[in-house]
Design a protein around this ligand. Structure first.
Ligand code: AMP
Length: 214
């Protein structure tokens, strides 16, 4: 089962992608996580990506596409995977389709986690990320057991630069301009499914499972 998660930054697609990956036993591939790991490790790719990410801009397509195509060709993806944060532009979607078509494959579902902008701004200000392992929390919806400390690895929790209010506004603008056209793209491809992302996390997941099947 090959799944794409769509939705504005902060819509909760990462959370749902992790739950899908666990239930259906397929890899969760988050391009944002891949870039953050590269930044942490000080790689060339990380250095290039950071300049865009800190401004709320998309990393150029040429830095993303090969990375994802290589990843989905790995052995652990043979039963499918869930893509989180990719594709984010029409050229990325076309490049993915082309790479899959060359192997006689295609995506099965594009799930849009739908949340209005005003909810997003409110949500993202409460997001906290672990500097150690990258786990994410929310001050209101998913608070850590001890304030400011990661439950999993004990490292410090911070508000990511790209979750700061001014960057969030910018990212929403970028989303509407560059990523929202994918809704049309996958509607035309006949694989778009929309779920209401404003309800409780478990209810969003239930809606997704009813689409994907038990
Ligand atoms: P995310 O964690 O998915 O919200 O991604 C964080 C940031 O990484 C985005 O704001 C972009 O700067 C960059 N990024 C992640 N995925 C992509 C992508 N598919 N194309 C371009 N930039 C991306």
């Amino acid at each position: 089962m090959k799944i794409i998660m769509l939705g504005a930054p902060g819509a909760g697609k990462g959370t749902q992608a992790k739950k899908i990956a666990a239930k259906y036993e397929i890899p969760h591939i988050s391009t944002g996580d891949i870039f953050r790991a590269n930044i942490k490790n000080g790689t060339e790719l990380g250095k290039k990506a950071k300049t865009y990410m800190d401004q709320g801009l998309l990393v150029p397509d040429e830095l993303v596409v090969d990375l994802v195509v290589d990843r989905v060709n790995q052995e652990d993806c043979s039963r499918g995977y869930v893509l989180d944060g990719f594709p984010r532009t029409i050229p990325q979607a076309e490049a993915l389709d082309k790479a899959l078509a060359a192997q006689g494959q295609k995506m099965d579902y594009a799930i849009d986690v739908d949340v209005p902008d005003q909810n997003i701004v409110q949500r993202m200000g409460g997001r906290r990320a672990c500097v150690g392992c990258g786990a994410t929390y929310h001050l209101v919806y998913a608070a850590p057991k001890k304030e400011g400390i990661c439950d999993t690895c004990g490292a410090e929790l911070i508000l990511r630069d790209d979750d700061k209010p001014e960057t969030v506004e910018k990212r929403l603008g970028v989303y509407h301009e560059q990523t929202q056209p994918l809704i049309d793209y996958y509607t035309k491809a006949g694989i778009l499914k929309t779920v209401d992302g404003t309800v409780a996390m478990e209810d969003v997941f239930e809606a997704i499972v009813s689409i994907l099947g038990e």
